[in-house]
Write a new protein. Structure first.
Ligand SMILES: [Zn+2]
Length: 325
């Protein structure tokens, strides 16, 4: 089932209270979304499906129009999440790395359309711009009478963010619009991409930021971890133990899927000759997507199990007083 913004805030708080993290897959095709749902159902885990500007405007979704892309992405996810097979999986739809002049227009559209939680890419923003944009989204939701759940970020690729930035950025938006923020994404020494040096990853920074953000908000605030692709199993466990509740996963996911596609064509190339037996079964999208799925789903399951830590399975939201029905 697709979670509303209020249910999503409850899920993020539940994760912070019960010391587990939810895998947030930057899924860039319908096949990837299906595979993540299969993995989550197998694990009894909640799932965050997130999309960035490059998927919304990409060929498989908006083909140049980000808002159209969001509508298509969300409509497909809503159908799949409500289906009999996946209705027991709590699914969050999150916007990730939205940036540029259209940021507010796209995110207002996302809020209006029922996105579970939203965030924007602050990497090219001055601190005051970051605060202003987050405040504008809160003000929009309040004026329109819509629920909104937000992740705020600062310097996710720039080493370890100082605690003073948590006070001035996160603290300021919380002061202006109490109760809207549910996740804080400071820099904790990770970097986006596959060839990044992650020697600087600091669970201690996670711990300190998590405590301070929770103190500022007066409720449990989890840390969202960007750039997790290069982290070892042990580092992920340390991250979760320190207060990470959302783990973004993109580069490694893309690598597994694209290398599987390459292997598919390497193994089945002969069938793509004109007149070859079995041509259609190999040529159709289903053939390749099924091949990728067999290799990809076990990797997603493995990562979800690491992040779940000692969470009760299936994750029992009722134990925290929540009701997802
Ligand atoms: Zn990111």
């Amino acid at each position: 089932m697709l979670l509303s913004p209020d249910q999503t805030r409850h899920l993020y708080e539940h994760a912070a209270l019960h010391h587990y993290a939810v895998l947030a897959v930057n899924a860039d095709s319908p096949g990837a979304v299906t595979d993540c749902l299969i993995a989550a159902a197998e694990c009894g885990a909640p799932l965050i499906i997130e999309t960035s500007l490059w998927q919304l405007t990409g060929h498989s979704y908006g083909a140049g129009d980000a808002c159209l892309g969001l509508d298509r992405y969300l409509a497909e996810l809503l159908l799949m999440a409500a289906s009999k097979r996946f209705q027991s999986v709590p699914v969050v739809f999150h916007t990730d790395h939205i940036k540029g002049p259209e940021t507010v227009r796209i995110l207002e559209h996302a809020i209006r359309s029922g996105a579970s939680s939203v965030s924007l890419d602050s990497s090219e923003l001055e601190p005051q711009e970051n605060i202003s944009l987050m405040s504008a989204l809160c003000a929009y939701a309040e004026t329109a009478g819509l629920p909104v759940t937000l992740e705020m970020e600062a310097g996710v690729d720039d080493g370890v963010t100082g605690l003073d930035e948590t006070r001035t950025l996160f603290g300021e938006v919380e002061r202006r619009h109490p109760g809207r923020l549910a996740l804080w994404a400071p820099g904790v020494g990770t970097r986006h991409g596959l060839d990044a040096d992650l020697g600087g990853f600091s669970p201690e920074a996670v711990r300190q930021h998590q405590q301070l953000a929770s103190d500022l908000a007066g409720r449990p605030i989890g840390i969202a971890l960007h750039g997790s692709s290069g982290l070892s199993r042990g580092q992920l466990q340390d991250a979760v133990a320190a207060g990470v509740t959302k783990v973004n996963w993109s580069s490694e996911s893309l690598l597994i899927r694209s290398q599987s596609a390459r292997a598919y064509f390497a193994e089945n190339g002969a069938a793509l000759e004109k007149g070859a037996p079995g041509f259609k079964a190999v040529a159709m999208d289903h053939g390749m997507q099924s091949f990728i799925s067999q290799r990809y789903v076990p990797k997603v399951v493995e990562r979800m199990q690491v992040l779940l830590g000692s969470a009760p399975l299936p994750v029992d939201f009722d134990s925290a007083g929540g009701n997802l029905e």
